[in-house]
Design a binder for this molecule. Structure first.
Ligand code: BG6
Length: 508
């Protein structure tokens, strides 16, 4: 049965299905997809009748694929592997090899799917095609799946395609990709993964905002002074120098993960939590962010690139000396922007977003800073409109929510101080460690699109970053590298906020 949102139950496994992974010999498969599917099995959320078919160019067969995955799971499982569970899981994994440009592999896949369906007694025609391949192949693989008749849905068979960012490299290529996909797929069949939306605290933003009454009245320009979203990484480029040098962090992080988090923070309450109700509200936020004029880019956006420095006491090389990075690269490894959501709720409230590699700390957090009280009765001095109250959503590595409030210090005199009220996820209910893909893969199998990007939100977020990319492309930076590895980024990022009488909320 095709599912509708009203029939979705997140605590149940989806209906029987075959999960096809293109790029089965690649990194994503062994690090994330197989461990996540296995984790779903361990918590009873894989369909009772289920099989994986891996497809890749690497020569191999069912046995070699099973051997390889059984080796890899030892390294990438997120908790100790139960042998019996694993043996049952891996016995439902199959493999075919072939070149994705060759129609023969799709004919072979069709036959393999039939064979597996019969052998494993998987009723119906449900199938997920996870394209864990380089993005330049998304269009080709989808087209070939379509030509082979593998994307045709029937009343007892959904056909869904999962792709993961980058969804294009700019507005034009993103639109081209959407056109290519729409040649053979309906939008309702396309699951665009953003792994940030699988993170626990990110998912909790909606619950926090819309299941509590106490925050909503304050959640607007009347009470909020500013919002900061930081995604700081202490890692450098690792083994992805070539990719990152071609994309830069504005495209890699801000265009997708960060704008997605921003839209969850700023959206209006949806009428329901079904896929389109939420996604309609999210896209309205992005549409309310007016693309900048070139002169506004200079004022509102900062880029940077790291030089050599020290992280955790270890010397680390400059970006330009990293493997697969051009020694004269002008690609940004840091980006900060000031954005305005131009609607009645948020007019004039700055949203400051920053992300960077090789920063002082690994930290993803959202800080909502509230305004000060109109009258300061306890002798405090007003330095700006911002007050001591803040709501801090820590997304990683700690998962917590903190509210900063003013309180009187115990004692005879009235001494007022700012104290944190903390909520720590680990204390609330420790989950066994996961890959972050479990929720998203399960959602795809049960047909819940809420956490996946829709075509219009991809388009809207490219519209926001495009003018910045254009100006940066036209004016090569003259001062790269401009921040030391292990710092909080270039001085220009501090100035961006200092001009507004604010500062980045850097943890100690
Ligand atoms: C990916 C980016 O989407 O997210 C990487 O391509 C980045 O460059 C990664 O390192 C960060 O993800 P996480 O979950 O470790 O914060």
């Amino acid at each position: 049965m095709l599912q509708t949102n009203s029939t979705i139950n997140h605590r149940q496994p989806g209906p029987p299905c075959i999960f096809v992974i293109f790029g089965a010999s690649g990194d994503l498969t062994k690090r994330k997809l197989i461990p996540a599917l296995f984790n779903l099995r361990c918590v009873g959320l894989l369909p009772s009748k289920f099989a994986v078919i891996g497809v890749a160019i690497t020569q191999g067969n069912d046995a070699s694929f099973r051997d390889q995955m059984s080796q890899d799971i030892k390294q990438f499982a997120t908790h100790p592997v139960d042998e019996t569970e694993w043996n049952q899981f891996i016995s439902s994994c199959f493999y075919i090899s072939g070149d994705f440009n060759d129609a023969a592999v799709f004919t072979a896949l069709k036959e393999k799917m039939e064979e597996v369906r019969t052998a494993q007694q998987i009723p119906g025609g449900n199938a997920v095609f996870n394209l864990a391949v380089t993005p330049t192949l998304f269009g080709t693989v989808a087209a070939k799946l379509g030509e082979a008749g593998l994307l045709n849905e029937t009343p007892d068979g959904y056909r869904r395609v999962i792709i993961e960012k980058p969804f294009g490299r700019d507005l034009d290529s993103a639109r081209q990709l959407n056109r290519d996909l729409h040649h053979c797929l309906d939008e309702s069949q396309i699951y665009r993964i953003d792994h940030y939306l699988g993170k626990e605290t990110v998912q909790n933003i909606m619950v926090f905002r819309f299941a509590n009454m106490i925050f909503e009245p304050n959640w607007n320009r009347r009470y909020v002074d500013s919002v900061q979203i930081t995604v700081a990484e202490s890692l450098g480029v690792e083994n992805r120098g070539g990719y990152l040098d071609h994309y830069g962090v504005l495209r890699d992080m801000l265009q997708n993960h960060m704008l997605s988090v921003l839209s969850l923070i700023a959206m209006e309450p949806p009428g329901s939590i079904s896929g389109d109700a939420v996604r309609n509200e999210k896209v309205k936020v992005l549409d309310a962010i007016r693309p900048m004029e070139p002169e506004e880019v200079i004022e509102n956006a900062v880029r940077g690139q790291y030089g050599a420095g020290v992280i955790d006491g270890q010397p680390v090389p400059a970006y330009r000396s990293e493997p697969s990075v051009s020694p004269t690269s002008n690609t940004e490894t840091f980006a900060a922007v000031r954005l305005y959501v131009e609607n009645w709720r948020w007019a004039d409230v700055p949203f400051y977003l920053r992300t960077g590699k090789r920063l002082a700390k690994h930290l993803t957090q959202v800080v909502i800073r509230f305004k000060r009280t109109p009258l300061m009765l306890f002798g405090e001095k007003a330095h700006s409109e911002a007050g001591p109250n803040a709501l801090i959503l820590n997304i990683q590595p700690e998962e917590s929510i903190t509210i900063m409030i003013r309180a009187k210090r115990p004692g005879p005199a009235i001494v007022v101080d700012t104290i944190p009220l903390d909520f720590d996820y680990n204390e609330f209910g420790k989950q066994s460690p996961a890959t972050g893909y479990e929720t998203l893969l399960h959602d795809c199998m049960i047909g819940d699109m809420t956490l996946f990007h829709r075509e219009d939100s991809v388009d809207a977020s490219w519209r926001i970053v495009s003018p910045i990319l254009d100006v940066w492309g036209a004016l090569p930076p003259r001062d790269f590298p401009d921040y030391e590895a292990g710092s909080w980024g270039p001085a220009a990022a501090d100035k961006l906020l200092a001009r507004d009488g604010r500062a980045w909320e850097n943890p100690a």
